[in-house]
Design a protein around this ligand. Structure first.
Ligand code: COA
Length: 197
């Protein structure tokens, strides 16, 4: 997909599009971010940490973050028919060295109602395509071991390549890195069912 097109690309969902994130999306991204964190990590991350998340603070961070883009770095949003943000993803150069992986999916979150329609697959494909355009051929994503969404990465061909300890709200947990040693297949996933293993 070409997320640089102003109108974005239609997803499989009802009248939703994936497009480049804009500064004015920051409030919508922050809403999805906080809501998805609270639903995804309830019972995994301490409640005190989740209660303390602030949409306002997140919006400030996203306002700045979405303005950092380039061929191998950026943020996408999933927008509904009213152009409301119902999901987002962000990616770029890897932050922590893991083998020779060059790129990283920093975040991918959808509203509860947007899940299970193939939108996550399309976002992953769009990020892989954009990373490849920036000359980044490999990538990892870090995921809490207790997050059932990690099966999504395995479904899309990610392979466990590392793990590390992490603390949230004073609780010790484990993060797993899933890696793709060649993003080409991931970039082609949205081309059609025949591309899916
Ligand atoms: C993870 C997430 C982005 C996936 O997006 P999605 O649109 O729901 O996933 P898709 O519909 O594109 O699913 C693609 C494939 O992965 C599978 N899949 C998705 N989530 C899964 C899960 N939790 N467990 C097992 N398989 C899963 C789907 O069944 C589908 O398989 P198929 O090829 O057999 O049809 C989304 O569920 C989400 O926002 N989760 C909460 C936030 C989160 O945990 N983000 C990751 C943080 S590391």
């Amino acid at each position: 997909m070409d997320g640089s097109q102003p109108g974005g690309v239609e997803t499989g969902g009802p009248r939703t599009v994936i497009r480049e994130a804009r500064p004015e999306d920051a409030v919508g991204i922050a809403r999805v971010h906080v809501a998805s964190w609270r639903s995804t990590y309830a019972g995994i991350v301490p409640a005190s940490y989740l209660v303390g998340l602030s949409e306002g603070a997140a919006a400030m961070r996203w306002f700045n973050a979405v303005q950092t883009r380039g061929p191998g770095r950026g943020s996408f949003v999933v927008a509904d028919a009213e152009d409301q943000v119902i999901g987002f993803s962000t990616f770029g150069a890897r932050r922590t060295p893991v083998d020779n992986f060059a790129g990283e999916i920093y975040a991918i979150y959808l509203d509860e109602d947007a899940k299970g329609q193939g939108i996550g697959r399309q976002l992953m494909s769009a990020m892989a395509e954009r990373l490849l355009l920036g000359g980044i051929r490999t990538a990892v994503v870090w995921c809490l071991r207790d997050n059932p969404s990690r099966w999504f990465y395995e479904r899309l061909g990610g392979v466990r390549v590392a793990e590390r300890p992490i603390h949230f709200g004073g609780k010790a947990m484990t993060e797993i890195a899933y890696g793709w040693r060649d993003l080409t297949a991931l970039a082609q996933l949205s081309a059609g069912p025949e591309m899916r293993s």
